[in-house]
Design a protein around this ligand. Structure first.
Ligand code: NAP
Ligand code: ZN
Ligand code: ZN
Length: 349
């Protein structure tokens, strides 16, 4: 077994603190990655606080992993020692079901093996994430990080990047399409950059005007505060696509009313509590509400290559692991510009 040092929460809502554990020796198709950077996703916070139910402890969060290959199994064919690689939200899946065969492993009917707070394919070995110095992953679930992308700013693409890229592509954000992003945080700022690069007209709906300048710099054409009731009057029936990235419950009816005929609101934010919908806000313009979760390995690689080509990476605040509990509080207060990334060198062996 490989000794690993990380940071874990021992119980729901507990603080994260130093934690030592072991990972498997690499099997034939595994690679060992020295983790250099790991992003802090709001999903880490939801799970550490057990807001979705069913979290298992101790929990080592982290699914926005960037690092360097340090060892490869005997049959590994795609990667060699020294390669720059990433790991996202899952580390395995059944590989047989229809979604898996289509490269949509995130929709595996048996459930994919989440990078942490999950279990391996044996159904019992707990997985632990990227707030740690090493990870062992099957090469089929690893991404190649293109050379032009700095590793620290690329780490959050593994979740925040693909979570917005996938629905923007699926619902055809592009020239002539009016796209709104609700919530300008880790996911939201990536949504603006990607939708802009795809050629769509991009609007941010944020709860205040504080982040307006940043959003414009990242490619937003318009920016409105949702605290201003006029926003909802002026933009009625305007958007073809709305992506909701907010981590708390919203009054969805207010937002569906902003959709044009046949428009779609895609929910990616995962608040603790349920949200309700009034049928009239949908039927009046044949509107749809949809959901989307991360993306498959093939599409995540496509997103990384797209970001490389378009000079897109995340705006980050780099922190040592010792600041992680403070960083969580700032994320909850919507006070991050725009993703915290842990410098894993700060983990002491
Ligand atoms: P984040 O950085 O905290 O961003 C969330 C944004 O929501 C904030 O920046 C803020 O935007 C808005 N917001 C937060 N609290 C609010 C409040 N009380 N009222 C109104 N707006 C509020 O989080 P994230 O990492 O981007 O994640 C966002 C959500 O997506 C989380 O629920 C996360 O679990 C989920 N997620 C889903 C997937 C998926 O595959 N579906 C993947 C990753 C994450 P403004 O300041 O602009 O208003
Ligand atoms: Zn995430
Ligand atoms: Zn499957």
């Amino acid at each position: 077994m490989i000794p690993v040092v990380g940071y874990a929460a021992k119980k729901a809502k507990g603080p994260l603190a130093s934690y030592s554990f072991k990972r498997r020796e690499p099997l034939d198709h595994d690679i060992v990655i020295e983790i250099q950077y790991c992003g802090i996703c709001h999903s880490d916070i939801h799970q550490v606080r057990d807001e979705w139910g069913g979290s298992t402890f101790p929990i080592v969060p982290g699914h926005e992993i960037a690092g360097i290959v340090s060892q490869v199994g005997l049959k590994v064919s795609h990667y060699t020692v020294g390669d720059r690689v990433g790991v996202g939200c899952f580390v395995d899946s059944c590989r047989r079901c229809s979604p898996c065969c289509k490269g949509l492993e995130q929709y595996c009917v048996e459930g994919c093996s989440l990078t942490y707070n999950g279990v391996e394919r044996d159904g019992k070995t707990p997985t632990q994430g990227g707030y740690s110095n090493k990870i062992v992953v099957d090469e089929n679930y690893v991404l190649r990080i293109p050379d032009k992308l700095p590793l620290d700013r690329a780490a959050p693409l593994m979740c925040a990047g693909i979570t917005l890229y996938s629905p923007l592509k699926h619902w055809k954000a592009g020239p002539g399409r009016k796209v709104a992003i609700i919530g300008f945080g880790g996911l939201g700022h990536m949504g603006v950059k990607i939708a802009h690069a795809l050629g769509a007209q991009v609007t941010v709906l944020s709860h205040s005007l504080k982040k307006l300048e940043d959003a414009k710099r990242m490619g937003a054409h318009h920016f409105y505060a949702t605290s201003d009731p006029k926003t909802f009057e002026n933009l009625k029936g305007y958007f073809d696509l709305i992506v909701n990235t907010v981590s708390v419950e919203l009054d969805l009816n207010q937002y569906t009313n902003l959709l044009a005929l046949d428009g779609t609101m895609v929910i990616v934010g995962l608040p603790e509590k349920e949200m309700s919908i009034n049928a009239f806000s949908l039927i009046n313009a044949r509107r749809s509400i949809a959901g989307s979760v991360i993306g498959g390995i093939m599409e995540t690689q496509e997103m990384l290559d797209f970001c490389n080509k378009n000079n897109i990476s995340c705006d980050i605040e780099l922190i040592p692991i010792q600041k992680v509990n403070e960083a969580y509080q700032r994320v909850i207060n919507s006070d991050v510009r725009y993703r915290f990334v842990i410098d894993n060198k700060s983990l002491k062996e």
